[in-house]
Design a protein around this ligand. Structure first.
Ligand code: BES
Ligand code: MN
Ligand code: ZN
Length: 518
């Protein structure tokens, strides 16, 4: 069943685009285009480097603060010129908000805002110290990681399809993280390395989601998985439609019927042969374009459905990072990938599909396709005897109605697991919110002639979708994450530009790292 796929040479973001260096020294003595200093709200007294720079600049920072031109509010930015009074040409001051309310995410945000500001000024390099280290002194590694994440995620841009005015695209080439105290350097380097791996993995995921569907086909996702496996030594198996037929993956094949693009079932495994390690299975919805099929969607906004493989992209990003971090866990990812299109061969409302687990499904609406392809993946997951199965999917518009764009919907069968994910959501600021899976909801997906139907009517659409998925989980702890509202943003945020957010990558990596450390 092993299939070899020729890999096309595309930008896989394997190599960091921006160089990050750690250096021992004093920021006020560093020759630079611009140095970055941070400031807290309601803070009058200037200490350390800020004080030294202020004195050299004849009190310019004091004046900014006293005149309230710099309040120190989170993500506020001011740039001043030094006129040769210190070796750096400019100083950028960025607000971190209230000192006592400082969080790692504030550091991530302020770093993102600062670097984007510098980039948009047309500057290509800068020097910065750690921010927040006087406040969160014990977490040097985490602070460096947060700074690097904010910077890399903040300057992300998807420019592959631009052919005009390329000279106007601005990029930061490198930056220096500077630290006076020798004893902190190695911890900073450690944080930089982890931050680079996690942020680059998130950018990799964003790329996959941003690609148009004429590029991002199921075969393309399979190629990307193969590239990750070649580079990091993961095990990769790509099942063809013929293989799926043999295995009885009738739900995935049903959805794939209407498309001329061959469907793929992608299996990537980290520490594949170390069966003594705890196993976690990640399933990602890989609908590379969702037209709705015969139950076709309205034309308006349909282009957004190129992102219906965001779950798959997240899982691939996580695997890339898990491999690079060499996590001591066995992590398996399962990605059912296909288009959902109408055609003379397409599956139809009323059709009955037989899933991998043997359960039969009555199709009420061909636009509820994500749960069908995931049914086969979740059924397949059982063979790994996992400690947990987590699926991540752009599953329902109903989840967007319920939670909007500020939280990922979470449902599952294991409270302890959900509590852990919830906590991780807080620390990464990729927040999740649990919805209930009461047994009464299952009434809505009962079919008269099959084991289950794929739609449960309008009430609680996000929940009945999850209820449907749970029918295909064979006894292992399971959590479902609905990212329909969070995988994309129409509004740029401090470290999340417009477009694909890469949501779930940081969440799941932090979750897995926490488990591997405890
Ligand atoms: N991919 C969509 C869900 C979606 C909607 C993702 C908006 C991102 C933004 C999914 O396949 C879908 O079409 N769901 C239907 C289900 C319905 C037919 C029961 C929906 O939510 O309308
Ligand atoms: Mn759909
Ligand atoms: Zn869909």
């Amino acid at each position: 069943m092993e299939i070899h796929i020729e890999t096309e040479d595309t930008n896989c973001r394997d190599d960091p685009i921006m160089k990050i260096m750690v250096k021992k020294g004093k920021i006020e003595e560093e020759p630079a285009e611009i140095i970055v200093l941070s400031h807290y709200e309601d803070l009058k007294e200037l200490k350390g480097s800020k004080h030294v720079v202020d004195v050299a600049l004849n009190g310019a920072i004091t004046e900014l603060v006293e005149s309230k031109d710099l309040k120190g509010e989170l993500n506020e930015i001011k740039v001043i010129y030094t006129h040769g009074q210190i070796p750096s040409k400019r100083v950028l001051l960025v607000g971190l908000g209230k000192k006592e309310e400082l969080t790692l995410d504030n550091v991530r945000q302020a770093s993102g805002k600062a670097i984007v500001h510098i980039r948009d000024m047309g500057i290509k390099s800068f020097v910065t110290p750690l921010h927040g280290s006087d406040e969160l002194a014990s977490d040097i590694v985490d602070l460096a990681q947060a700074l690097v994440e904010g910077c890399i995620l903040g300057v992300y841009q998807f420019t592959e399809y631009k052919t005009e005015d390329l000279d106007k695209i601005k990029e930061i080439d490198e930056f220096i993280l500077i630290e006076e105290d020798e004893s902190k350097i190695s911890e900073i380097q450690q944080g930089v390395k982890v931050g680079e791996i996690i942020a680059n993995a998130t950018c990799f995921t964003r790329d996959l989601v941003n690609y148009p569907a004429n590029k991002g086909t199921p075969t393309f996702l399979a190629e990307k998985a193969k590239q990750i496996s070649d580079k990091l030594g993961l095990k990769c198996k790509i099942l063809s439609e013929k293989d799926m037929k043999k295995l009885g993956m009738g739900a995935l094949l049903g959805v794939a019927q209407g498309s001329d693009q061959p469907a793929k079932f992608i299996i990537l495994e980290h520490n594949a042969d170390k069966e003594d390690l705890d196993t976690f299975v990640l399933c990602g919805k890989g609908i590379t374009f969702d037209s709705g099929g015969i139950s076709i969607k309205p034309a308006k906004g349909m282009e957004e459905m190129k992102t219906d493989m965001a779950g798959a992209a997240t899982v691939l990003g996580v695997m890339k990072a898990v491999g690079e971090l060499e996590l001591p866990l066995r992590v398996v990812s399962l990605i059912p990938a296909t288009e959902n299109l109408p055609s003379g061969k397409a599956y139809k409302p009323g059709d009955i599909l037989k899933s991998y687990s043997g359960k039969t499904i009555e199709v009420i609406n061909t636009d509820a396709e994500g749960r069908l392809i995931l049914a086969d993946a979740l059924g397949y997951a059982a063979k790994y005897k996992p400690k947990a199965v987590i699926d991540i999917a752009t599953l329902t518009g109903a989840c967007v109605v319920a939670l909007g764009h500020h939280a990922t919907g979470m449902m599952g069968t294991d409270d302890e697991l959900m509590e852990k994910i919830s906590q991780t959501g807080k620390s990464t600021n990729e927040r999740v919110w649990q919805l209930p899976l009461f047994k009464e909801y299952y009434e809505q997906i009962k079919s008269d002639i099959a084991d289950v139907k794929n739609v449960g009517g309008r009430p609680a659409g996000a929940i009945t979708a999850a209820a449907f998925l749970s029918k295909f989980i064979e006894g292992c702890p399971w959590v479902h994450l609905d990212i329909a509202g969070t995988e994309w943003t129409e509004k740029a945020k401090p470290y999340t530009p417009k477009g694909a957010t890469g949501v779930g990558v940081r969440l799941l990596i932090h979750f897995l790292r926490n488990i591997s450390e405890n």
